[in-house]
Design a protein around this ligand. Structure first.
Ligand code: AGP
Length: 621
């Protein structure tokens, strides 16, 4: 989720630099832990670069004290770290070749960069960063030596890369040329008059042209001031999809969505897919090299405690069911602020897993520090590279949801659940036993989930309609069992945060122990129904829970799998989700509840991205 800009045009009045810096400013929300720019310096027959960790302002200040030469050809990048922390050295662009005449920027994850790096190290190529991007830059420089053509060099490299990537490159020997390539990561062309643009989205160039060209999967584009050429990764001529950009600049920063939250809900397929990327080797075995805890230490773990707050804690509750099932290790989920002061029972064989999108939540940070003081092993599941909680942990498992701007967490929640599944499957694989063999099968099923989320997102118009005519509702209840229980809790939290109304999630089995007294005529209740193939007859039990509340007048809003007809007689509304195996269902069942909360809040005219009283990261205890 990095910001990428490319420009080629007349070398006048510093236009190239101005265009790239303006584009980076519009894209800064996409990634903001470092920024950099590269220009082709024809006068000195080289590529000049400037890059800084931190906000774009740091780069802007550096350019004042270290101005770059005028140019016709420039690329720029704001980074959301995936490999390597947010440092000057890891910032893009990365240079390639002994003469440093090539510069490359990258958005995405190159899964096979370790093997490629070993190949280059064997040729005594020197590296100055920890990034996968620098490996691609060195490969491209080596290929350019062979082809003396940047487009052909790019063609030779992209076919060796696995994973998701958008690449932009410039070379001192090819002034007036920027070459881009994309696989599983966006890249659009801005078509100007005597100048052309590239961007990770149209916000990069919307101030200069509304004529755009969307590139397709596995395509390479070469732009010059007078035109562009598109080829496939097979070298065949191709054409992008031309369109006129109708968004204004503000909408462009949200990918055309009215709010960051709606954009982030729709980013969820990519967030899950990116979090899964690079976690298995060529044989399909799980490899978590960033975990940096010895297998012996992990093998000795006899208890897991998850510490987190809010939405992250509900991701932990989903993880509990999955990790216990696959590893048979007892998992306890403790709200971080409770764990910290509960005189917890912890030993060197306790694994404390913290979950945090921001990596700065003080309650969670204090819990991690306390756990370490008590001798526990600590792993951070975090979405923000280089943040405090991973630094205070023994190891980290990063989610790759990209920056989450809206205060109410959505895509980070799905990425956290995905990362916890990966951790649980890794532990199962490590410890052998029943589920070691299943780990690869579950990973295979997980790889199909992003597509199911994307499909589900196109079938939620009824949910939006329900939300609009429930705009005046004063209370909504949410029921679920097993992994549906934390989904009910999260659905209620979304509604509280966004629509400021009473909402409460319950374990459906708890109804008869008190909460059913809340049911009165017309009381809206969402019920998350497990798939009919869920063990222990949970499906049947939840269907009878629906009957119980329907008999007392509740308005039953049922979330059920496609094909589940048992729920129909007792449901005022049935919201269908695609089938997955039981433990993976939260990745889908939460989506209609997110969309419901978003649209009810919108119907009430509330600020969806910045709800009252809330902060994106709670850095006080
Ligand atoms: C969720 O929508 C809220 N923004 C909040 O509950 C959040 O999940 C919680 O504060 C934890 O934040 P973290 O993931 O950054 O640690």
């Amino acid at each position: 989720m990095c910001g990428i800009v490319g420009y080629v045009g007349p070398n006048v009045d510093g236009r190239a630099l101005d265009v790239v810096m303006e584009g980076l400013a519009r894209l800064e929300y996409r990634g903001y832990d470092s920024a950099g720019i590269a220009v082709v310096d024809t006068a000195r027959d080289t590529v000049a670069t400037e890059k800084r960790a931190g906000k774009l302002e740091n780069l802007r200040s550096a350019l004042v004290t270290h101005p770059l030469p005028d140019t016709s050809t420039a690329i720029g990048h704001t980074r959301w770290a995936t490999h390597g922390g947010p440092t000057d050295a890891n910032a893009h662009p990365h240079r390639g070749g002994v003469d440093g005449k090539l510069a490359l920027i990258h958005n995405g994850i190159i899964e096979n960069f370790h093997a490629l790096k070993r190949e280059l190290l064997a040729e005594r190529v020197a590296f100055s960063s920890e990034t996968d991007t620098e490996v691609a830059a060195q490969l491209l420089a080596r290929e350019f030596e062979r082809t003396q053509d940047l487009t052909m060099a790019m063609l030779g490299v992209v076919n060796r890369l696995e994973g998701a990537f958008t690449l932009l490159a410039v070379h001192a020997d090819a002034p007036g040329v920027v070459v881009g390539a994309r696989r599983n990561s966006p890249l659009v062309v801005g078509l100007g008059d005597g100048e052309n643009f590239l961007g990770s989205d149209v916000a990069a160039f919307i101030g200069h042209t509304r004529h755009a060209l969307e590139l397709g999967q596995d395509q390479i584009v070469t732009i010059t001031p007078d035109g562009h050429e598109v080829i496939t990764f097979d070298g065949e001529p191709a054409h992008g999809t031309a369109y006129e950009v109708t968004w204004d600049a503000a909408a462009a920063e949200k990918g055309g969505y009215p709010t960051f939250m709606e954009k982030e809900i729709n980013d969820q397929p990519q967030a899950v897919a990116d979090t899964l990327l690079g976690r298995t080797d060529e044989t399909g075995r799980l490899v978590l090299d960033e975990l940096r805890i010895s297998e012996d230490q992990l093998d000795a773990v006899d208890r897991i405690v998850v510490v987190a707050c809010g939405t992250a804690a509900y991701a932990g509750m989903v993880a509990k069911y999955a990790i216990e099932h696959w590893t048979r290790i007892p998992v306890e989920v403790s709200l971080a602020h409770e764990f910290r002061y509960s005189d917890p029972i912890v030993s060197p064989r306790t694994l404390v897993v913290s979950i945090s999108q921001s990596g700065e939540t003080m309650d969670t940070l204090m819990a991690v520090k306390h756990a370490r003081q008590l001798g526990a092993l600590t792993i951070s599941v975090c979405n923000t590279h280089g943040s405090t909680i991973p630094r205070e942990s023994d190891a980290v498992l990063y989610t790759h949801a990209g920056p989450e701007i809206a205060v109410a967490s959505t895509k980070a929640f799905l990425a956290q659940i995905t990362a916890c599944y990966i951790l649980g499957l890794y532990l199962a694989q490590l410890r052998g036993g029943t589920y070691a063999d299943d780990a690869q099968a579950v990973m295979k099923e997980l790889e199909g989930v992003p597509g199911k989320i994307a499909d589900l997102l196109t079938h939620l118009d009824r949910v939006k309609e329900i939300a609009r005519f429930m705009a005046d509702t004063r209370s909504v209840l949410f029921l679920g069992r097993n992994v549906g229980y934390p989904v009910a809790m999260e659905g209620a939290l979304k509604l509280k945060e966004l629509a400021y109304i009473h909402a409460e999630g319950f374990a459906a089995g708890e109804l008869k122990h008190g909460p059913i007294a809340l049911i009165e005529a017309g009381q809206p209740v969402f019920i998350i129904v497990p798939g009919p193939d869920t063990p222990h007859e949970l499906h049947k039990k939840v269907v009878s829970n629906i009957q119980e509340i329907r008999a007392r007048g509740a308005r039953t809003l049922v979330i059920a799998q496609e094909g589940d007809e048992d729920v129909v007689p007792f449901a005022d509304e049935v919201i269908r989700v695609p089938h997955t195996s039981p433990l993976l269902q939260p990745l889908l069942t939460i989506v209609p509840l997110q969309v419901f909360a978003l649209h009810l809040s919108t119907a009430k005219g509330l600020d969806v991205d910045q709800p009252r009283n809330l902060a994106k990261s709670v850095t006080v205890e």
